[in-house]
Ligand binder design. Structure first.
Ligand code: ADP
Ligand code: ZN
Length: 681
């Protein structure tokens, strides 16, 4: 495709498309209806922003969150793109500027909140301004089943019909039901060209750990990543406050966030997280949709998420800039019990509840996985070609043992007590503990009484937890959480199947060594990286924008490692587009090289482009001819701006050069310049 690659480079500052992007960009640019499902951080925005620049007219972008829209608009403007938003948060000046650009026909991207579509005037306005495409971000918000449902999204279908232009819908939510709803509500049931997959986020490290002392597990994980932005997800509101306090007491900067806070406090927390470097937010799942921060370095779950999809979405908030990010998910029997009960006691119809149990099972399978987490996770999304090396089980393989006998003993204890008890009492029976409850019920006379002496209480708890994880047993809400066997356990009970369990997670709680703080670059580059970050912070504060709007962590890491020596080399760094090179390139170059070579402003504008090296060659050719071919004539030279124009001349010939340079200069330099241009072209 002509045109896309240079824009990718010059406007967005990227060398190459990420997996999947190019095909989507091509289809959207060609005006096809498109539904693209890409993981969070996969680079969805580019898939409508770049086509918007390639197409005539205005692209309307519908996006659910004002903060997120404003952020994207600001990033685009920083990159030199004519973008604007019409939202309730605008100042009158901002709104005026958007209207002026629309009237002048210069605006390329117009961001709108779905609520705006409700106003009768909106449709007429959009028809008048020459909208040529609609892009819908977070398209799963049309799904009435989902927890992100936004009624105003249902108006988008009408908008598409009225304007009769192509529509491109984007989301990170994968499941088939939601996909179907999107097709019905946005595309009137006619399936668009669909792009699925590419779910791997190779820069994210995956790890799970059995809960033993959750608070210190989380505190240690955060301590090892001090100074890096992170999110801790908790199951309850009360826990977010307690854990945020504990983190603050441990010397971290941490905030709590949950749906029970008033709107203003939530906004303040969101804004601080977005703007500040190295802040931790301890939150319920209410925190996330509005967050578009690419440099979140870690995500920890203090409690197990509700499904494999939620897990994927939540960890996916880390490392959107592509630099390494880490995750840790804690889980224990109480989590499993809580999640099962929530599903059983929910109001969803029975098929839905079955599906929810299946999604939870998939997550538990991941938690109890015996080999590579990434393979297990992506296997769920039907991806099979996976290379990992970035998960806890690839780091150190699980130690396993044949758990068949242990599981049979546990099942037998359950069945002989008619499935009326929880793990605590069952373990007392297995261990032969003569508790009051055991005596009252006469359980010391059961054949299973005291047959489990090979393991201690902690180890039996881990066996029960793994049995829940494999969905062999489930707590029954109607029996106050008593454990009941599922059909999946029958083959093991009957001796027709064996089961392998993990040994390392049944070891008694290990001491939690406090790990050293992890660095993002080698020791050698670390001081430069901090200096670059300090420069970024200063520029961000001056411009009142979040730091990553200037450059992302990933870009700074590349600068620290490659140490560009001049603006040309700086332009090769990922994330440094033409506009940012012009605005910030020099400032960062000065940090890297205390003495930087001075460039003529005309030449600086060509930095990083082919025309830059052509310019240098023209300069050389001119120097050789400064006093004519024989070195006997009067000195003569062209101005820098003339040279820049020559360097960028599309079809140079004698006539064009004479028109630009005048007779005398054209006569002296024309032939040599044409040689340079020919050999460059
Ligand atoms: P999402 O798919 O979650 O909307 P974004 O569009 O916000 O993701 O992109 C996530 C990050 O990836 C951003 O920091 C963006 O600048 C970066 N990115 C997008 N495309 C590319 C690319 N082709 N090369 C490098 N970085 C990219
Ligand atoms: Zn792995």
């Amino acid at each position: 495709m002509t045109g896309a690659a240079p824009l990718l480079r010059d406007v967005f500052g990227f060398d190459a498309f990420r997996p999947g992007q190019q095909e989507i960009v091509e289809a959207v640019t060609a005006g096809e209806n498109v539904l693209a499902i890409m993981p969070t951080g996969g680079g969805k925005s580019l898939c409508f922003q770049l086509p918007a620049l390639m197409r005539e007219g205005v692209t309307v972008v519908i996006s659910p969150l004002i903060a997120l829209m404003r952020d994207q608009v600001r990033s685009l403007q920083e990159a030199g793109v004519a973008a604007g938003a019409l939202t309730s948060g605008n100042t009158p000046e901002e709104t005026d500027a958007v209207w002026e650009a629309l009237d002048a026909g210069t605006l390329k991207l117009l961001y709108m909140a779905p609520e705006r579509l409700a106003a009768g005037s909106a449709m007429g306005m959009l028809r008048r301004v020459g909208v040529s495409m609609i892009a819908v971000d977070e398209a799963h918000c049309v799904s009435q089943w989902g927890h992100d449902f936004r009624p105003d999204y249902l108006r988008i279908g009408e908008l598409r019909r009225t304007l009769d232009v192509p529509l491109a819908a984007f989301t990170a939510t994968a499941d088939a039901e939601t996909r179907l709803e999107i097709v019905q509500k946005l595309f009137d049931g006619t399936p668009p060209r669909a792009f699925l997959g590419g779910f791997d986020r190779p820069n994210i490290h995956l790890a799970f750990a059995a809960k033993n002392s959750p608070r210190s597990q989380i505190l240690n994980f955060a301590a090892a990543r001090k100074g890096q932005s992170g999110i801790v997800y908790c199951g309850t509101r009360a826990k977010t406050e307690g854990l945020a306090r504990a983190l603050s007491e441990a010397g971290q900067s941490a905030l709590h966030y949950h749906g029970g806070m008033d709107a203003e406090d939530r906004r303040i927390a969101e804004r601080r997280f977005q703007q500040e470097d190295g802040l931790i937010v301890v939150a319920t799942v209410a925190f996330g949709m509005g967050i578009d921060k690419p440099d979140i370095r870690w995500v920890a779950h203090a409690d197990l998420p509700k499904s494999i999809e939620s897990y994927y979405q939540e960890i996916g908030r880390a490392g959107r800039d592509g630099a390494p990010a880490e995750t840790l998910t804690l889980y224990g029997p109480e989590d499993i019990r809580l999640r099962r009960t929530q599903i059983d006691e929910g109001l969803a119809p029975p098929e839905r509840r079955m599906a929810d149990h299946a999604r939870l099972n998939a997550l538990l399978g991941l938690a109890e996985a015996l080999e590579c987490r990434r393979k297990t996770l992506l296997g769920y999304f039907d991806e099979t070609e996976i290379t990992c090396g970035r998960c806890d089980l690839c780091d150190s393989p699980a130690e396993v043992f044949d758990g068949t006998t242990a599981v049979r003993k546990a099942l037998s204890a359950m069945l002989r007590t008619e499935e009326w008890f929880g793990a605590g009492h069952l373990i007392d029976i297995l261990l032969g503990n003569e508790t009051d409850k055991v005596k009252q019920r006469g359980h010391q006379s059961l054949p299973t009484y005291g047959v489990g002496g090979e393991y201690n209480r902690n180890e039996w708890q881990a066996v029960f937890r793994q049995m829940m994880g494999h969905d062999l047993i489930r707590p029954d809400a109607e029996r106050h959480g008593a454990l009941r066997m599922t059909d999946a356990a029958l083959p093991i009970l009957r001796g027709e199947a064996n089961i392998t369990l993990r040994r390392d997670s049944i070891k008694a709680a290990q001491s939690n060594r406090r790990p050293a703080v992890k660095a993002m670059v080698s020791d050698e580059d670390a001081p430069l990286l901090s200096a670059l970050k300090a420069k970024r912070r200063a520029l961000a504060e001056a411009a009142k924008v979040p730091a990553y709007i200037i450059f992302t962590d990933r870009t700074l890491i590349e600068m620290a490692e490659n140490r560009p020596a001049n603006l040309d080399a700086m332009a090769q760094v990922g994330g440094v587009g033409a506009k940012k090179l012009e605005s910030y390139g020099f400032a960062f170059l000065e940090v890297i090289n205390s003495e930087v070579e001075v460039m003529h402003p005309q030449r600086r504008k060509l930095a990083g482009r082919d025309a830059g090296s052509v310019y240098d060659q023209l300069l050389e050719a001119q120097a050789e001819l400064a006093r004519g071919a024989l070195g006997t004539e009067k000195p003569l030279s062209c101005s820098a701006s003339q040279l820049a124009k020559v360097a960028q001349m599309p079809n140079a010939d004698d006539t064009a050069l004479t028109r630009l340079l005048g007779d005398r200069r054209a006569e002296r330099f024309g032939a040599a310049f044409l040689d340079v241009l020919r050999s460059a072209g």
